[in-house]
Write a protein that binds this ligand. Structure first.
Ligand code: HEC
Length: 167
């Protein structure tokens, strides 16, 4: 017999399924309030359905991210910051504009990344309600969330080992 206690116990599992079912639908409706969505919430609800928050590159090996839907966000953002001398305004500007109009010729990632994962779909397909401010907030959150100085040498090492593995 199901006791009230075990029902309560199962409730979080049911909620998790509900959350996963929402993530699985093609267009996730963002609950954008008057102030828009805080950046982290947008990341967790929308971006994380494709991008891992982080991946240990040393443990994953040179091709460890090939099977993933998209490059993990920690090293992807580090690669862009490396190209832009770690300038926050340039980073946010690029990310917002890329989310609206992604494309091979607009990407700042190393050349083989798109060959591995394909081009990102425009964010309007996944978060149709995201405003310009929401996109700016998520780009700023990504910038502030990672330790660039710590990640940069790890990424450089990874890119070198990747070159080595494709020769
Ligand atoms: C449907 C899967 C998917 C979703 C959802 C998604 N991305 Fe992506 N994203 C990708 C793939 C695949 C790439 C790698 C290819 C590319 O750069 O276009 C990518 C690349 C990127 C890049 C690299 C830009 C460049 O210069 O190449 C950024 C930044 C990015 N995503 C941010 C985000 C953010 C922020 C969100 C959430 C608001 C998000 N993505 C949601 C799949 C996704």
């Amino acid at each position: 017999m199901t006791s009230p206690h075990s029902l309560l116990h199962r409730l979080p599992v049911a909620l998790l399924f509900l959350a996963l079912a929402t993530l699985g639908s093609t267009a996730v409706r963002a609950e954008s309030g008057p102030d828009g969505m805080p950046g982290e919430k947008t990341f967790r609800i929308i971006c994380q359905s494709c991008h891992l928050e982080s991946l240990d590159l040393a443990a994953a090996g040179p091709d460890g991210d090939s099977a993933l839907a998209a490059p993990p966000m920690d090293w992807l953002s580090t690669a862009i910051r490396m190209r832009q001398n770690n300038d926050e305004a340039e980073f946010v500007g690029h990310v917002v504009s890329y989310l609206r109009l992604p494309g091979l010729e607009r990407s700042l990632l190393p050349g083989d990344v798109i060959a591995r994962h394909g081009v990102m779909p425009p964010i309007s397909e996944y978060g149709p309600d995201l405003t310009y401010d929401d996109l700016t907030a998520v780009a700023s959150w990504i910038y502030g969330h990672y330790n660039y100085k710590k990640l940069l040498p790890q990424l450089q090492k990874h890119l070198q080992s990747r070159q080595g593995s494709s020769q």
